[in-house]
Ligand binder design. Structure first.
Ligand SMILES: Cc1ncc(COP(=O)(O)O)c(C=O)c1O
Length: 439
């Protein structure tokens, strides 16, 4: 039964990352979901082109997760996260460690990608202090990087509109982004650009490694519009970090847990970071949760420097770190991940996804097409001085045609559920094609 939304008071809710004034004029309500489709307030079925916000890869309303959540909420709704614990948090940490590349096996729970990022940055800085090198505090991000919205995250982040309103941030540096014009319309990872990683050597020459704590990058940049790393780029970054004793953090909030067609981006690209960040997809979107996974040596350093055993080794954590209900949701979601081999499903269908998105290369306004695994983006020709307008207009035309896609900057972004059938993937791009022709 469609929900009556016409009489809703739209005054009080300040929506995140939204043109609030536009939304009030043109509200778009999602009131239900089924599989890979949303149901809107008019009862229309709308294909979900972004797995919610990159977080519902197993499809919506999975009964196994819903039941695990209900059961947990009835038996232990909350347990204090500090000094006491509930068993499921340990079970989940083991389960997650088993999914990681070799060596990443100590897990710190958070409640979002942004908290995950700031936690990882704090671990990196504190680690060097614990090792007796307090000068190693500088953090390096990358232009076009997105690392959430907290202060650490916007400091290393490289998307100007997310930074400019907020005044001074942490002192950071940024590597150049890897979106090169010569790589336009490349399928998957581009051949050119690995040498861009060498900029890190220049930053080391400038600051000296004794002042640099960590480099943080997304294995592929997601929110800036799916920018796969040039072949060899991440390997080169890893080698430079090793050479200079700099921690490498992979922000896998989008790339982790299946999106690349592998358990993590680290697996897919064959590069193991010192710290990896996860959030989206951990509970299949059902309950907010994130996790920082670190190498054992990092954890051991904190333990060794912690003072008497009863003392807190890392004064950081959230009331809801490892929340019992979130753990139950994550365990159920990871069981689905295993049982249905979600990463392998992505790997098997990624070629079709690639063909479909590149089928739009010659459509009106399309200036670039990029893809990797089950992630892709179109860059659209801007109206003069208004880069964000065309993607908004095309996304609205898609919504009218029964497709939800994300628009951001000058891009449209796609990230279907891992379980999506090939016919639905084809439908996504048929609808986008129609919307572009009509734009
Ligand atoms: C790479 C990356 N890091 C961090 C975040 C922030 O996650 P959240 O919105 O859960 O705080 C995102 C969200 O898109 C992301 O893509």
């Amino acid at each position: 039964m469609p929900l009556a939304v016409d009489d809703l008071n739209l005054d009080n809710y300040w929506m995140p990352f939204t043109g609030n004034r536009e939304f009030r004029q043109n509200p778009r309500f999602i009131t239900g979901a089924e599989g890979v489709r949303f149901i809107d307030a008019d009862g229309r079925k709308v294909l979900d082109g972004l797995s919610g916000l990159w977080c519902c890869g197993a499809g919506h309303n999975r009964l196994e997760i819903a039941e695990a959540v209900a059961k947990q909420a009835r038996s232990l709704d909350y347990a204090p996260a500090f000094q006491f614990a509930h068993p499921q948090a340990f079970v989940l940490a083991s389960k997650l460690s088993a999914l990681m590349p070799e060596g990443l096996n100590r897990v710190f729970f958070t409640n979002s990608g942004s908290e995950t990022v700031d936690t990882a940055l704090k671990i990196a800085r504190a680690y060097w202090r614990q090792r007796g090198q307090p000068g190693k505090s500088r953090l390096i991000g990358r232009a076009k990087g997105y690392h959430g919205v907290n202060f650490g995250g916007i400091s290393v982040g490289g998307i100007a509109p997310n930074r400019k309103l907020f005044g001074a941030t942490l002192e950071t540096d940024h590597l150049a982004h890897t979106l090169l014009p010569e790589n336009r319309f490349c399928r998957g990872q581009p051949e050119r650009g690995a040498e861009l990683a060498d900029e890190l050597e220049e930053l080391v020459a400038l600051h000296d490694a004794s002042n640099i704590a960590a480099v943080i990058v997304e294995p592929f940049a997601g929110s800036a519009g799916v920018i796969p790393p040039p072949k060899g780029y991440l390997q080169r970054l890893r080698a430079i970090c090793d050479r200079h004793d700099i921690l490498l953090i992979f922000d896998e909030v989008i790339t982790g847990l299946g999106r690349c067609g592998a358990p993590t981006g680290a697996h897919f690209f064959g590069v193991v970071p010192d710290i990896a960040n996860f959030a989206k997809q951990l509970t299949n979107g059902v309950i907010p949760m994130g996790a920082v996974v670190v190498k054992q040596e990092i954890y051991d350093t904190f333990m060794a420097q912690g003072g008497p055993d009863y003392m807190v080794e890392f004064p950081h954590g959230y009331t809801y770190s490892g929340h019992p209900v979130a753990c139950a949701a994550a365990l159920a979601a990871l069981k689905i991940f295993d049982d249905e081999k979600l990463d392998e499903q992505v790997a098997a269908k990624a070629g079709l996804f690639e063909d479909c998105i590149h089928g739009l290369a010659n459509h009106p306004y399309v200036q670039d097409v990029r893809n990797l695994g089950f992630a892709g983006a179109l860059t659209l020709e801007a109206y003069p001085g208004e880069p964000a307008r065309r993607p908004y207009e095309v996304a609205m035309a898609c919504w009218a045609r029964g497709l939800y896609v994300r628009y951001g900057g000058d891009t449209l972004q796609f990230g279907p559920a891992f379980v999506m059938e090939t016919t639905d993937i084809a439908e996504i791009f048929n609808i986008v094609g129609d919307a572009l022709k009509a734009a």
